[in-house]
Design a protein. Sequence first.
Length: 584
Amino acid sequence: MDVFKGIPVAPGVVVGTVFILDDERVRIPRRKIRKEDVERELERFEESLKDSIDELAALRARTEEELGGEAATIFAFHLGMLSDRTVTDPIRERIRTDRFTAEFSVSAAFENLADRFARMGDSTFQTKINDVWDLDRRLLRHLIGEHRSRLDYLDHQAIIVAPDLTPSQTASFDRSRVIGFVTDAGGKTSHTAILARALDIPAVVGVEKLIQKASDGQKIIVDGDRGVVILKPDEETIEEYTRRIEDLAKLRLSLGELADKPSITTDGVEIELHGNIEFPLEVETVLTHGGSGIGLFRTEFLFLNSVVEPTEEEQFEVYRECVELLKGKPLVVRTMDLGSDKAHDRWAFPERNPALGCRSIRYCLQHLPTFRRQLRAIVRASALGPVKVMFPLITTIHELRQARLLLRDVMDDLAEEGVDFDRKMPVGIMIEAPSAAIVASIFARESDFFSIGTNDLVQYTLAVDRTNERVAPLYTAAHPAIHRLIKDVVRAARRHKVPTSICGEAAGDIEYTVLLIGLGLRSLSMTPSLIPHVKRIVRSVDIGQCERVARKVGSFDSERQVSAYLRDVTRTIIPEAFDGRSVE
Ligand code: PEP
Ligand code: MG
């Protein structure tokens, strides 16, 4: 039995057999053509381009129908790449000037592009490399014919083990056969991961060395909740996981009943539970899981998924769709939080230390026309329902003042143009840098609300990169420093009557629910599927109990003590829900 640890990207647990998918990239010989053949070769290329574009348009439509808009944006991104002349002109150039065959020119151009993405040293670019190979393969298929994938021979239920998967490969999975997948490469925000979630196939990526050890037909367990993969499990482990799969199915059913129940403690205090979303499609998921609004709309994904900047109109349409789906429930739109691990060569640039660089509000304030377009779209949406705007990574009061000034200016312009909007639209900030947390009382005087972003607050307070698996054990919201910062922020906010929510991953982790309520938070925003789990805790505790837990946590010296204690507290409240997530 071999146990591997990777990055969980799509939840669920499956037991099955291995099917290796190790399709080699097609090798294209470096062949020259005669001068008189150049025009014909260019024509061949244009034809393959047109066929690929037609195919992608059909694929996008089909994906939208079967899996929804979020999954379809991936093929919209592919279409955008192929329609972008900065991508295709180097191919034409290579045929015309260097006189290489169309297939070699395509292959060389995409290799160059993939190399450029790889050199960016940034996880967002790394995840795009797959998209580049996908397009390369598609164009080559039209030029030189089908390269049959092993996947075509899969005639039974199996778990795919692959070095990497392209989005097209993932989208083409037959769900009745592919019950899970594991890859060597990949990250949480890769398109392949997004598709796995849309397809509802448990998946773990970043599992190094598995492909060397695995072979077809071996038994394998994929735990997409915890990022664990077990190759050749023993009987006892298989039984344990089979029980867990049954428990999870029961838990899913009983949690479904909670959706319509109010989120109140046993002594009647309401705890707002909101959802964090990246795409409008997820609004529906938040509502069906019993969420009462959107506490964080990560709008940067609108920019990351597009090769060109979305226009004001396109952005407005997205916000409008969200407001309409929410039917009067609140929507917090966070202005684009680009940079650091959420980068794109159109919106950011390579930096030596991107997490401390020109990201988030800093980027926006250096790119005012782009920022203005987004603010105009948000302000216009405020006419249609309760929209709030939130600025990310505020570290100095000047950033907040500058952003507010720009917002006022945008509002004045719109008023002059006779456009409707809510002049009193609340303006809030993310508290996700220690500087903002420490002087929260200063920010409270000029903010309408706060949202504590523990993901970055932990990263910057503990000096631990949130994306680096080598220091992952040091990255925890249980550290006493985080406890103290949250406590101080909530106190300062209360004194100034500034409503405060929390939207980092800790908000959706049931081990933290009691503590966060005990620290005075009454609004939590999280990954939509976690809302029922947190609601279950909320409905099982009273405020006094939560405050006692928070006081006790305040007396601990180390994150280990805090974690162990919070685990015990949670296990006592709902043992069965906790058991499902704690199998080690
Ligand atoms: C955070 O930092 O806690 C947060 C919610 O923002 P993001 O995860 O998008 O950085
Ligand atoms: Mg953040």
